[in-house]
Design a protein around this ligand. Structure first.
Ligand code: PAF
Length: 296
């Protein structure tokens, strides 16, 4: 696996590289969720590029930019083990050189949930869209892979790629969970054992909602109530717990088609998010086959 820190080096390396090129953008501190993305990229790409960049533009002033874990040596070893060909680790000045003051703003889905000023605010997805647009321009990937854990981010990036004609296919890979259900996240590392136990309420809440919908309950109030009860039991106060259209994040009146249940909550020092896609059970179809062997 090669390591590049400059855009010119990266482009030189990729000039004759076999296609398709698959890109996995990350902020490092790789865990099994990232490694799953890289393995999936390996299945599809002739060349697999992994980027590591803790993007200051997507962190708010009161967020954990300084505390965000960084361990390039470990990340490089893990990325190589699962088949990355090229690791791109640019310093901040390479991505945001002096004088840089452009921003990419994706409309619609960016303004909801995490993008609401009551939560992370509009700067968050502006920062994500800007860095991802730059990475797409730097790498020119055929496919780029993102995790479903950041469901809203995946929608923003799909729209970014479509609206700005990046010509890259966006693949969203299912959330990887620990055996007890906790969605893998770098921020889980901030939790004590007791906080981690409380954090399990998030995935329990989503599972409770899922079970209810599987049983045929389609009223949003009841589904939300079941999830809220799990959070309350663990004294977890959600920043939001919502049912939204999985396609565009518009509020879901009922569980109809694919509905995203998403939750954000602070547990100890960590702000955690998780989600599940709820699907109403299929209507029983009318069996129109002729009866055979019927008594006459
Ligand atoms: O999901 C992340 O790790 C980041 O938001 C991303 C996509 C690498 C952009 O900085």
């Amino acid at each position: 696996m090669k390591l590049e820190r400059t855009v010119s080096g990266l482009r030189r390396e990729l000039a004759g590289a076999p296609r398709p090129v698959a890109l996995v953008p990350t902020m490092g501190a790789l865990h099994e969720g990232h490694l799953t993305l890289i393995r999936r990229a390996r299945e599809q790409g002739a060349t697999v590029v992994v980027s590591i960049f803790v993007n200051p533009a997507q962190f708010g002033p009161r967020e954990d930019l300084a505390a965000y874990p960084r361990d390039e040596e470990r990340d490089a070893r893990l990325a190589a083990e699962v088949g990355a060909d090229l690791l791109f680790v640019p310093p901040a000045e390479e991505v945001y050189p002096p004088g840089f003051d452009s921003r990419v703003e994706v409309g619609g889905v960016s303004a909801e949930l995490e993008g609401d000023p009551a939560h992370r605010g509009p700067e968050h997805f502006r920062g994500v869209a800007t860095v991802v647009a730059k990475l797409f321009n730097m790498v020119g990937p055929d496919v780029a892979l993102f995790g479903q854990k950041d469901a809203q981010q995946a929608l923003v990036i799909r729209k970014l790629a479509r609206d700005l004609d990046f010509g890259v296919r966006i693949e969203v890979v299912p959330t990887v969970r620990d055996r007890d259900g906790l969605a893998l996240s770098t921020r889980n590392g901030y939790l004590t054992a007791a906080e981690r136990e409380r954090a399990l309420a998030l995935s329990r809440a989503l599972r409770a909602a899922e079970a209810l919908v599987e049983g045929g309950e389609l009223e949003t109030d009841r589904v939300l109530e079941a999830a809220r009860a799990e959070l309350e039991q663990a004294a977890v106060v959600p920043e939001y717990l919502e049912l939204r259209s999985a396609a565009d994040l518009s509020p879901a009146e009922r569980v109809d088609g694919e509905v995203l249940m998403c939750v954000a909550a602070r547990v100890g020092p960590a702000r955690l998010i998780d989600n599940v896609i709820l699907r109403a059970p299929a209507e029983p179809t009318l069996d129109t086959r002729p009866l055979t062997g019927a008594a006459t």
